[in-house]
Design a binder for this molecule. Structure first.
Ligand SMILES: Cc1ncc(COP(=O)(O)O)c(C=O)c1O
Length: 391
């Protein structure tokens, strides 16, 4: 299963969960619809307690979907599949059908489903201490932050619970940094973001997200954001040099609306323009970071480092986490009480993230041979899909 786990981490396609439809329709590929009775029995016996609970209540596929339609706020256009368990790159639905998971939870299940080390880490930690308030110290939070700091440009980490929150923290830190750095003048408060960007759905991150149909129903969002064409060096240099920009938010590789990679010259020019004007450079690696490019951090391939980097999705292998990594220079502007979160950086989620991080950051996991093998496996999967689609 380990190479299949690589596959889910490195080459799974992204889906547009923000729209009410899937961009790549057969995300979860049903390749084994007509299973024999004995095969179904075997799969059922492999399923988790979760499905047993569902089954004892005798909830059918249709009833569950109808109940969802009655009690869940209708923000998602769901694929009509009721998933109850998973192992490695496989998922099983309420009727025992088996699927190849090509979504990996939208870049989340980096180790596949039910990775034994991840399960063990969560089980061990849950038995000891699941939650403690951030008004106390706790071991897993510090151990995870030490790993993130040791492996990156950053000196410190602020934990949150999602990608959008990681970006909200970056927005606040950038504003605070500018006020702190220029106490005797009006500090720059504006932001630059780019076409085709996605940074999240809370009001600040939403203001940085380019697609208008995400933003317009909720206006006014945070003011002061200018969208420039992704890759337009001249426009970015010109606007940054005016001196009103607190921070430039950019995904080194954009995840939404297709996979668009920045050019090295573009990121390098952002870096030098920010340095000249005193603006901060923020890399959103929520989707492209943590091994998805074969590098631990996507920006390693561009030889440019940011002042702030935001992470989320695969970091805790399926439990909610966000992280905002900053340099000491940025940290110097942040005081007690400037930001916080009840759940963030809790022992359980951080223990899970340590298990994920230790696997993903292992050089042999990121080695080229492993990536080649992952690509081979996805081709095999697609071949199976083709045969099933054609038959
Ligand atoms: C690049 C990027 N940033 C931020 C986010 C928001 O993350 P979350 O959904 O965890 O808030 C996403 C989610 O798709 C993303 O792709």
């Amino acid at each position: 299963m380990s190479s299949i786990s690589n596959l889910s981490n490195t080459v799974s396609p992204t889906i547009d969960h923000h729209h009410h439809h899937c961009r790549f329709k057969p995300q979860i590929a049903r390749y084994s619809i007509h299973l024999s009775t004995s095969r179904r029995t075997k799969i059922r016996s492999q399923l988790t307690d979760n499905i047993q609970v569902v089954q004892t209540k005798s909830i059918s596929h249709e009833n569950l979907i109808n109940a969802d339609n009655r009690v869940i706020v209708g923000t998602y256009g769901r694929t009509p599949v009721v998933l109850t368990s998973g192992k490695g790159c496989k998922l099983y639905d309420i009727e025992g059908r088996e699927y190849i998971d090509l979504t990996s939870g939208i870049a989340v299940n980096a180790l596949g489903h039910g990775d034994p080390d991840w399960v063990q880490a969560i089980t061990n930690q849950a038995n000891v201490l699941a939650h403690v308030s951030n008004i106390f110290y706790s071991l897993p939070q510090v151990n995870l932050a030490e790993r993130l700091v040791a492996s990156s440009f950053a000196d410190r980490v602020f934990f949150s619970n999602s990608g959008t929150e990681a970006n909200e923290a970056a927005i606040k830190f950038a504003r605070k940094f500018q006020g702190f750095s220029r106490p005797n003048m009006d500090p720059p408060t504006e932001f630059i973001s780019f076409t085709n960007s996605f940074h999240g759905r809370t009001i600040g991150s939403l203001a940085l997200t380019s697609k208008e149909h995400y933003r317009t129903p909720f206006e006014p969002v945070m003011p002061g954001v200018t969208f420039l064409k992704y890759g337009d060096i001249n426009a970015a240099q010109e606007l940054i040099s005016r001196g009103n920009i607190a921070a430039v938010f950019v995904e080194p590789i954009q995840g939404e609306g297709g996979i668009y990679s920045a050019a090295k010259a573009f990121l390098k020019s952002l870096r030098s323009a920010c340095d000249k004007a005193g603006s901060l450079l923020v890399f959103d690696e929520v989707q492209c970071g943590l091994g998805r490019t074969g590098y631990l951090w996507a920006h390693e391939a561009f030889d440019v480092t940011p002042d702030i980097m935001t992470l989320a999705k695969p970091l805790a292998g399926g439990l909610p986490i966000g992280a905002t990594l900053v340099t000491e220079r940025v940290n110097a502007a942040i005081n007690y009480g400037d930001h916080g979160s009840t759940f963030a950086g809790g022992p359980l989620v951080c223990a899970a993230a340590i298990a994920v991080f230790d696997k993903i950051s292992n050089p042999s996991f990121l080695a080229k041979e492993e990536l080649d093998r992952a690509v081979e496996i996805i081709h095999e999967c697609l071949h199976v899909l083709d045969e099933k689609t054609c038959s």
